[in-house]
Write a protein that binds this ligand. Structure first.
Ligand SMILES: *Cc1c(COP(=O)(O)O)cnc(C)c1O
Length: 356
């Protein structure tokens, strides 16, 4: 165990003796399992769900390891990335004492999870170009700063953050730098995954909820040093990834071809839609996107939002968010859905924008 990571872990967590499940105490081959108080007769709908799932998801991790070219001991799985975010707080941040830094506008869960865990939250807003403000971050760091949350490609702005800036933080910050790569599959920039062994303080989050098309499964990945993975394993709920999710996740991992086809299609539609928006008088700016959504600045954003709603189309109103004033965040839909959206915006312009 390196001193560096151990020093970052909360005192009480260092002394936690993890729950030892029946599957922890015996995991070999046997004929008769009478150790976990399961229902040995079966389940009402299918034979297979009466047994507790593998607490460490070995098969899923083996498959992820092959797809991502990273060894299984670098992988932690959460009930969505959201569970990984919460566990990182619980593992490393002392309530009412430690603090973390976020770079808004960004994903809301870093802040929600900090409040739930009673962890200090410091904000170093992105620059107007939506890049990291390294000076602002540096001025917020103190000896109790445990985590800097970086989201790249960033939600809701859609852009990737400069690699050199993230590397600067990784090289100079003592605590953890968590890089949330939920949208990495749609990005022109490559993942930091290949560099996981270069930086002992790097944690990368990815998810099955976006490119993999499996938001309902709740399966999130954290990639980090084996040591950080071990700490997270120590504090996670024993069976945090259910059997159905493990099975379906495993199936999806055999279909990388299909997933890559969807990614290509979504990226192509994103560029097409960006071009259409760009030519609309209603639209003031289309921000470059490395994700599966577009941030679009429009005239009268709140009114456009309501108009689209009245047509049964829901987008995300980000018009009150700092640095996103007047913006809507629009997820790329199917070809047909995108057409409905564009037609609705054209209708809006006909009814609302006086010709001049
Ligand atoms: C959608 C999203 C996630 C995904 O969270 P899950 O809990 O895995 O569904 C994570 N981070 C960001 C920035 C997101 O936008």
């Amino acid at each position: 165990m390196s001193d560096r990571i151990t020093k970052l872990v909360r005192n009480n967590i260092r002394n936690v003796k993890p729950y030892s499940s029946a599957r922890d105490e015996f995991s070999g081959e046997a004929k008769v399992f009478l150790d976990a108080n399961e229902n040995s007769l079966g389940s009402p709908t299918t034979k297979w769900y009466n047994r507790y799932p593998d607490p460490y998801q070995h098969k899923v991790k083996e498959a992820i390891s092959k797809v991502k070219s990273i060894s299984a001991e670098h992988i932690f799985l959460g009930n969505g990335s959201d569970e990984c975010i919460d566990l990182l707080y619980r593992c490393f941040c002392e309530p009412r004492k430690d603090n973390v830094i976020i770079c808004p506008p960004t994903y809301g869960m870093y802040e929600v999870s900090a409040s739930i865990n009673d962890i200090g939250l410091r904000k170093a807003p992105l620059t107007p170009e939506f890049q990291l403000d390294l000076g602002a971050i540096e001025s917020l760091v103190d000896s109790n700063t445990k985590i800097i949350w970086i989201c790249s490609p960033n939600n809701p702005t859609g852009n990737s953050l400069r690699y050199e800036d993230i590397a600067m933080l990784l090289n100079n910050f003592e605590g953890l730098v968590v890089v949330d790569e939920a949208y990495i599959n749609f990005s022109r920039q490559r993942s930091l995954l290949a560099e996981i062994d270069e930086y002992p303080n790097l944690v990368i989050l990815q998810t099955f909820s976006k490119a993999w098309g499996l938001a309902a499964l709740r399966l999130g990945m954290a990639f980090a040093s084996p040591e950080i993975v071990e700490w997270l394993n120590k504090i996670k709920p024993p069976y945090n990834i259910n059997q159905a999710t493990q099975e379906l996740g495993l199936k999806a991992l055999e279909e990388t071809g299909q997933v890559n086809d969807m990614i290509r299609e979504i990226v192509a539609m994103r560029e097409e839609l960006a071009n259409v928006f760009y030519r609309m008088p209603l639209v003031q700016h289309v921000y470059p996107s490395d994700a599966n959504f577009l941030l679009v600045k429009v005239r009268e954003a709140a009114t456009v939002y309501q108009y689209l709603l009245s047509k049964g189309i829901v987008v995300r109103d980000r018009s009150k968010v700092q640095l996103c004033e007047g913006c809507l965040r629009i997820t790329i839909g199917t070809e047909a859905e995108n057409t409905l959206l564009v037609d609705a915006m054209i209708d809006y312009m006909k009814t609302s924008v006086p010709a001049n």
